[in-house]
Design a protein. Sequence first.
Length: 512
Amino acid sequence: MRISRRRLFQSGGLAAAGIAGFESSAAPAAGPNPEVYTRIGVRPFINCTATLTINGGSLMLPEVIAAMEQASHFHVNLDELMEKAGARVAELLQVQGALVTAGTAAALTHATAGVLAGTDPEKIQRLPNLEGLKNEVIIPRESRNAYDHAVRTLGVMVIEVNSPQELRAAISPHTAMIELLGNYFGKADLDLKDIAPIARAAGVPILVDAAADYLIVPNPYIAQGADLVAYSGGKIIRGPQGAGLLLGRRDLVRAAWANSAPHHAFGRALKVTKEEVIGMLRAVEAWRSDHDLQADFRTWESWYAHISGQISKVVGVRAEVKGPIRGGPFPTLNISWDPAQVGLTAGEVGRLLLEGEPRIMTQAEGEGHSFLLRPVAMKPGEYEIVARRLYEVFSSARKKGAEAAVDRPYANITGQWDVEIEYEVGSARHKLFLAAEGNRIAGTHTGWAYQGDLKGEISGDRVRLRSSLPADGNVLSYSFTGTVAGQGISGDVRIGEYGAAKWSARRHGSLA
């Protein structure tokens, strides 16, 4: 990649778009107006979480915004557009075929559908009915994650493996494909280079989920034997947040397109617009023409140096730059502190930053005393605000005193409890198996479909329980708070991204 961002500056309006090139820190005379959000009561924030979708991903490049606006004024046929745009992306990235999708998850779904049904219209219409079709997808255990739901949505059965021997044994006439996470920045127990020869010998295609990675030419996954690779367009590439890319074998890319919108197929709901197609193409062109990622790295590390210099003035606070890792192909800043000197948990730090002015969104959460600061979505100049606010939060925190007093437990809650959870829509019956020792609680939480460990505490009649239920590559986190009364406990439960609910429990065998 060339070491110039000339085109970004020639495009004009960089500062006005709030995403000036990193080489310039000059403030615009009048910045972008957040009124489009604030008028409905939504407060924007400085984003220190990188490109998480829930926090808006990255900011689109100015030329991407301009291309999408220009594309919006005309009508085109989407089959014609995708053929030409895909060919151009494939040429730029030196791959056989390319498809612009509605994000990485859509790319995974379309790829799976294409492998299952090909371009046969009858099979396409029958999905997700897999009768008579291959119906198994092999995924290395280390690659299981919440996002493989995009593959499972076709109704396939996931077969987990953890070694080349297990992989060979798992491949059968029912095997449709092998799917795994990209690992360009980390070593996996069962790596692509181990999988590819086995898959190739069996004629089984390989799909790589490389959502968080950046584009490299020639593509390292395809070079190692992958047939298809899925990328996000709205992360480090800074294309449309709702777009993604599927790259690889020409025939399988064509099959994925046949199974996607606007065609009447399983992927019809996963629509990508003409504006997003053009915006994604423009982002790839910008990436290939003059993007210097190493210059970005140096800039981000200079931001870290400033932040570290400020917060290390507070006794007990430390900061360390970490290199790129799997799922985060950029340097991060690990901020940690001695709880004896700074009496705050990570969750409390995160709340203070988010509730302040300006709002700062971080991944500081939980009961620990550290978090990672991630730079990709930050704008020039914001690092100074982040440094100042972190210093204020840490320096104003009191030293940790004696542990807060806890009351003698109101009751011994050891035993099995039958739980009713009332969601906003629907309800579920769970079971809690609790073992209390003094004020501390350990045990097992059994849900409707999943089971996991539990821990918590009781003070007087107040109970706090936290559980984690492994769930098909995801982890469902429950945080119960409640009050003990007689043979029952009741209160609220928070379930991470799935919101809150009411819960009540009766000791097993007791009368209601």
